[in-house]
Design a protein around this ligand. Sequence first.
Ligand SMILES: [Zn+2]
Length: 83
Amino acid sequence: MEQQLIKLLDNSLECTSCKIKNNQIILAIQSVKEKLSCPYCGCPSARVHSVYEREIQDILFQDKQTILLLTTRKMFCDNLDCT
Ligand SMILES: [Zn+2]
């Protein structure tokens, strides 16, 4: 069910785990895209620079706080002209 819920938010996301802890629903999510676009020049890259977790939402679902933990990748840009 959580997989469908996440797909409703963004079709390029997948749910990797769902936990209920201290009256909170914690959904771990990540992008299924192999390549990500550089935010500066738009060039696609699959070379991962680093990975970090970001808490992106905090909504109520049947009186439970819902936390989306997004695993985000920071990529290297291979465009030599990119800043
Ligand atoms: Zn770039």
